[in-house]
Design a protein around this ligand. Sequence first.
Ligand SMILES: Cc1cc2nc3c(=O)[nH]c(=O)nc-3n(C[C@H](O)[C@H](O)[C@H](O)COP(=O)(O)OP(=O)(O)OC[C@H]3O[C@@H](n4cnc5c(N)ncnc54)[C@H](O)[C@@H]3O)c2cc1C
Ligand SMILES: *[C@@H]1O[C@H](CO)[C@@H](O)[C@H](O)[C@H]1NC(C)=O
Ligand SMILES: *[C@@H]1O[C@H](CO)[C@@H](O)[C@H](O)[C@H]1NC(C)=O
Ligand SMILES: *[C@@H]1O[C@H](CO)[C@@H](O)[C@H](O)[C@H]1NC(C)=O
Ligand SMILES: *[C@@H]1O[C@H](CO)[C@@H](O)[C@H](O)[C@H]1NC(C)=O
Ligand SMILES: *[C@@H]1O[C@H](CO)[C@@H](O)[C@H](O)[C@H]1NC(C)=O
Ligand SMILES: *[C@@H]1O[C@H](CO)[C@@H](O)[C@H](O)[C@H]1NC(C)=O
Ligand SMILES: *[C@@H]1O[C@H](CO)[C@@H](O)[C@H](O)[C@H]1NC(C)=O
Ligand SMILES: CC(=O)N[C@H]1CO[C@H](CO)[C@@H](O)[C@@H]1O
Length: 611
Amino acid sequence: MTHNFKHAFLGFYFWLLFCRGIFALPRCKTIPSDPNWPSSTEWETLNNTLGGALLKPVPVASSCWAGNPFRSPVPCGIVEANWTSGFFHSKLPESVDYPIYANNSCLPPGSAGFDLTQGCHLGGLPEYIVIATTENQVAHAVKWAAERNIRIIVKGTGHDLNGRSSGTFSVSIWTRYLNKLERNPSWAVPNTHKTEDVFIVGSGQQWGNVLQEATQIGRVVTTGQDPSVGLGGYIQGGGHGPLSSTYGLAAHQVLQVTVVTTTGQILVANDNTNKDIFWALRGGGGGQYGVVTEYVIKHYPAPASVALGTLAIVPQSSIDENSNSSWEATAALLAALPELMDAGVAGAGTLATGEAAIQFSPSLQTSTTGIVATQVLWAFNTTSTGLTALVAPLVAHLRAQSSNQTLSISWSAETFANYTAFYHAIGGSNAAGSPSLVSSRLLGRAELIDTPREEVVSHLRTALRAQNETAGTFATVGLQGGPGLQKVPMARWGAVNNVWRTAYIHLITYGATLNSSPDRSPKQALADAAAYMAEVREPMWRQWAPNTGAYMNEANPFDTQFKHDFYGASYSRLMDIKGQYDPSRSLFVLSGVGSDEWDYDLDSGKLCRMG
Ligand SMILES: Cc1cc2nc3c(=O)[nH]c(=O)nc-3n(C[C@H](O)[C@H](O)[C@H](O)COP(=O)(O)OP(=O)(O)OC[C@H]3O[C@@H](n4cnc5c(N)ncnc54)[C@H](O)[C@@H]3O)c2cc1C
Ligand SMILES: *[C@@H]1O[C@H](CO)[C@@H](O)[C@H](O)[C@H]1NC(C)=O
Ligand SMILES: *[C@@H]1O[C@H](CO)[C@@H](O)[C@H](O)[C@H]1NC(C)=O
Ligand SMILES: *[C@@H]1O[C@H](CO)[C@@H](O)[C@H](O)[C@H]1NC(C)=O
Ligand SMILES: *[C@@H]1O[C@H](CO)[C@@H](O)[C@H](O)[C@H]1NC(C)=O
Ligand SMILES: *[C@@H]1O[C@H](CO)[C@@H](O)[C@H](O)[C@H]1NC(C)=O
Ligand SMILES: *[C@@H]1O[C@H](CO)[C@@H](O)[C@H](O)[C@H]1NC(C)=O
Ligand SMILES: *[C@@H]1O[C@H](CO)[C@@H](O)[C@H](O)[C@H]1NC(C)=O
Ligand SMILES: CC(=O)N[C@H]1CO[C@H](CO)[C@@H](O)[C@@H]1O
């Protein structure tokens, strides 16, 4: 009896194991301390199959640490001097712009988050990196890793604001040398008898190179504002820039994608074939469905000239009346933007408070309790005179509102003879290396114009609040939606969150303090900043703009409503596609589809299913 019972029990136990093995995925991704982590011989075999393209990461800042534990060949002084340059990190296989998401694992002295007690480890960096040059290599590597239950990440430039191109205990596919850049003036458009003049571009290319190639033949492409931004994750998240309000987002320009899935398939996806993953890769988020190797993209005629101007609103002093007046004027400015955009104006601006305002407005002598707005505006195929004529009524309106000299309102404009000179002038800082956690929202007419002005002012005050009130903070005002998006045909829309269709402004706010310290690990520091955003910013957006969402590439990855905010109506179809093409769930990113089923613990480095 006892014997039989024991037997039955064992049988049940083995049945359970059997079920887990066959039907259920393992709870956690395999890590080096697990017995089933591949042996060094197996990694060597993989390396041989990949033609020697497998790299054990060498944290570049290792040279700054006693004994240079990883033997970094780059002298520490060079690392220190370049740490805040996005171009620098993009050239390195392991490095990312926002190292807090890689657990600040090996930082140079003086950099944000540096902590002598933390030392230099692989830590949050990948275990191995594939320096990919061919699709077959990528296919072999990802299938190999997925079969061994090892986490896979994809790094192009490493610019990601939300750490989505880094990951502990992972194999990283580095796309930098998938750098094809060709024009095909008669590319056969699938499903039609037509041809189109296109660029065929490797996913690891950076926009500056593509634009340079385009402008040489009198054409332009839908880049980001900085030349260092890569195609890979930028396109998959949507991709806005100086031309998006004219032609739509970068995802809308894609006619074909070549993608390698974690099952080892190399797929060509377009309007005719593999339509579901083609749809997902246009706006459904980077690093989630497969490794894109190549894009076929549209290009457009270069404008004959570009007008560029700056409208600045600066409170004359910190007295209450001036301060209030600056908030009201800023709300009036935002309300005027949709009309201007419909008339062909785009741009990018900043709003700043506290001490931060001084940085943005040299004319401001002291910190302000008001807000400083610096709105850069541009328009194509026109001159400074043409742009000034469009902006003049707004400038006059703002000046009339401030008749008691509460504000200084200035406007100046110039004309650029060509797109290259304009792009150079607006080119951002390509900045990297400092921790930040943003919270953002897409705003349209309903939020900017139809919402009562005093409510907009109140939301703006919340949007520009800072955890450190003295330091203040800033926000960026991107005129990146508007008419160009409204004109995109549905066939070209892809999985981009459809709230972009009615959005005009992409407002990104900062202001959460994000400082790791010897007693606050990066995980805890991120959690603290996320808590501030969850308490102050996110509820404000939900009140002001409940029906819109956020641009996932520049948004709060800890937003608890990321499904609604980042993906909107596309979410459930994206879940299906993710399940189909990445059945082993090897590709995890923060706030990716299905990411709420997983817990990525930066302290332990473990990536495990919840529950
Ligand atoms: C200085 C700077 C300026 C920026 N300016 C703009 C701007 O003007 N407009 C805008 O829209 N955004 C801008 N961004 C945000 C930008 O969209 C994101 O940083 C985006 O993640 C960049 O993509 P990437 O491929 O260059 O970066 P990466 O960090 O390399 O990748 C980002 C994400 O995409 C995935 N990914 C990358 N390549 C591939 C691939 N080939 N296949 C599959 N997944 C891939 C990665 O796994 C990761 O999840 C800017 C960022 C910075 C740092
Ligand atoms: C892979 O092989 C190349 C070429 O033989 C070698 O340089 C490299 O160090 C190897 N990578 C690893 C991780 O051993
Ligand atoms: C991350 O950093 C913390 C210290 O800030 C450390 O305790 C932890 O072990 C690190 N985790 C990994 C995976 O490197
Ligand atoms: C600018 O004008 C050129 C013709 O000179 C035209 O081809 C192009 O489409 C125009 N661009 C924009 C953005 O209006
Ligand atoms: C400024 O605005 C605040 C908040 O709305 C209000 O309490 C205060 O009375 C205003 N001050 C002046 C001088 O208008
Ligand atoms: C200007 O100041 C006067 C006197 O203080 C006040 O009555 C008036 O309302 C102010 N006007 C504006 C536009 O603030
Ligand atoms: C573009 O304009 C700049 C500045 O006016 C000029 O130096 C440059 O030669 C121009 N480039 C082309 C290709 O016309
Ligand atoms: C707040 O910011 C000010 C000004 O930048 C700085 O001097 C101060 O140390 C900061 N306070 C905290 C608590 O970080
Ligand atoms: C690789 C890289 O970006 N190097 C730069 C580092 O900084 C020095 C000095 O500022 C530059 O000269 C290098 O080009």
